[in-house]
Design a protein around this ligand. Structure first.
Ligand code: EPZ
Length: 430
């Protein structure tokens, strides 16, 4: 089992390049099978979640050609199987985007029902509500969602909950429906806009993505395109927080600063200097940072995917901070691990009260999920002594070359898989 071993206490300094947005890429790859022509997608992050989804797509007959590490050509003309098995859904929930894509193109899809996951129960009722609203018959049988329609038909629908996944999934299906669909109370995340832009580049007619209302005029056919995925705002935010927590100075390159505003605002509030450039942000932390309040909300609010990284940073700030997690009920598990490193935190329901400490001390901790795992690595880099992070498979699902990027910033971190390698690292760092 691979682990990260970290010797903390060195401020991270330098430049880091941000890759393509994982959560945009997952939906865009699924949508690529909605044409029989070949689609080229660039700025794809090379992370495990993406590779598993590509496998699932190949499994139903799509032709996948990896041109290079960050570029893929997809041809959905050979898709003959409309059923995605539980093995894929279990590994990667977002394979459910194939439901919207297959339903839109072929009026039929079967996808295993995803269960809960480490961050919460994660219902998909809003996805199903949307599919039904545009005319699909949806049943759940033997652990599968089976969606089918004679013809999908545009309609006016209102989501009860702001959901990224439901917005994207229903938008994909409605892109090829007959007539106009108006979706209200939709998610406004940058990746929702990116998927809409991608579908439009294939000939769809989608307006309003990025606002509360999306209007989709269905088209009967989509065509080939070449598309570059937007930068990953959560990867970028993670490195911004790494600068803050380690008292560092990081230039985060290849980003869209507008997408990072909620993170930037909190960093400024706690006393960091944040400088914005056209496609970069620089975060400088000098001296002890100070407490604040954070509540996670749908975009443009503070992202739930940045909550653990913020929590780690606040645990080192002076004074008492609070975090309210309003999106997923189970996203505080990392705080128990952080307590093992000396953090002083009390959780009640969906709120955490954090009394800042001067420093963490290195300990052995486990990554409970993707973002929390990245946050614990940041904690290790800020801590005195050695930290070992277990279960890094979660981190590898969504961060490309995480340890290499941190090492380039001066972080002492290595991937190890044996006691011998751990001893070698300890010997090397002294
Ligand atoms: C996406 O998940 C992301 N995943 C998550 O990122 C991210 O945390 C989340 O959006 C919120 O920003 C992908 O894009 C693949 P939601 P998603 O539907 O789409 C409730 C990461 O670390 N809800 O916007 O599943 C739900 O329970 C991952 O990269 C319903 O009630 O999130 C939650 O409280 C983790 N019914 C809220 O809505 C539904 O049908 C928002 O969830 C759907 C959702």
């Amino acid at each position: 089992m691979e682990q990260y071993i970290i010797k903390g206490g060195t401020p991270l300094v330098g430049e880091v390049q941000i890759g393509g947005a994982k959560n945009a890429a997952l939906a865009i790859l699924a949508a690529a099978i909605m044409t029989d022509e070949t689609v080229t997608i660039d700025n794809l992050p090379d992370v495990n979640d993406i590779n598993v989804l590509l496998e699932a797509m190949a499994g139903i007959g799509a032709t996948i050609q990896r041109v290079d590490r960050h570029t893929v050509k997809i041809n959905g003309g050979g898709v003959r199987d409309f059923s995605i098995e539980y093995d894929y859904i279990k590994k990667i929930r977002a394979s459910y985007y194939l439901l919207g894509a297959l339903l839109g193109k072929y009026n039929k899809a079967e996808v295993a029902l995803p269960g809960g996951c480490n961050i919460g129960s994660r219902p998909i009722d809003q996805h199903l509500k949307g599919f039904k609203a545009i005319g699909a018959e949806v049943v759940i049988e033997h652990g599968k969602i089976i969606a089918e329609a004679e013809q999908l038909t545009g309609t006016h629908l209102y989501f009860d909950v702001v959901s990224v996944g439901a917005t994207i999934n229903v938008m994909m299906a409605a892109a090829m429906a007959d007539g106009t669909t108006i979706m209200e109370n939709v998610a406004k995340e940058p990746h929702v806009v990116d998927v809409a832009n991608f579908l439009n580049s294939m000939g769809a007619n989608i307006r309003g993505a990025g606002t509360d209302v999306i209007k989709i005029k269905g088209v009967s056919k989509l065509h080939k395109t070449e598309y570059s995925i937007i930068p990953d705002q959560i990867e970028a935010g993670t490195f911004m927080m790494a600068a803050a927590a380690t008292q560092g100075d990081i230039m985060v390159m290849n980003v869209i600063p507008k997408h990072l505003e909620a993170t930037t605002a909190k960093l400024v509030e706690i006393g960091c200097e944040v400088e914005e450039f056209d496609d970069a942000v620089r975060v400088v932390a000098k001296g002890r940072l100070k407490h604040t309040q954070v509540k996670t909300l749908p975009y443009p609010g503070f992202p739930t995917d940045m909550q653990p990284q913020m929590g780690v940073t606040l645990a080192l700030c002076s004074g008492t901070s609070t975090i309210t997690e309003s999106i997923f009920e189970n996203r505080f598990k990392y705080l128990d691990e952080l307590a093992r490193m000396g953090a002083n935190i009390k959780v009640e329901g969906n709120s955490a009260t954090i009394e800042g400490v001067e420093q963490f001390s290195g300990a052995r901790v486990s990554a409970p999920d993707l973002r929390a795992g990245a946050a614990l690595c940041i904690a290790g880099l800020a801590a005195e002594g050695i930290t070992i992070v277990d279960d890094i498979v979660y981190i590898q699902r969504g961060y490309e070359q995480f340890e290499e990027k941190l090492r380039n910033l001066g972080g002492m971190i290595e991937k190890v898989s044996s006691e011998k390698e751990i001893q070698k690292f300890k010997f090397k760092v002294g």
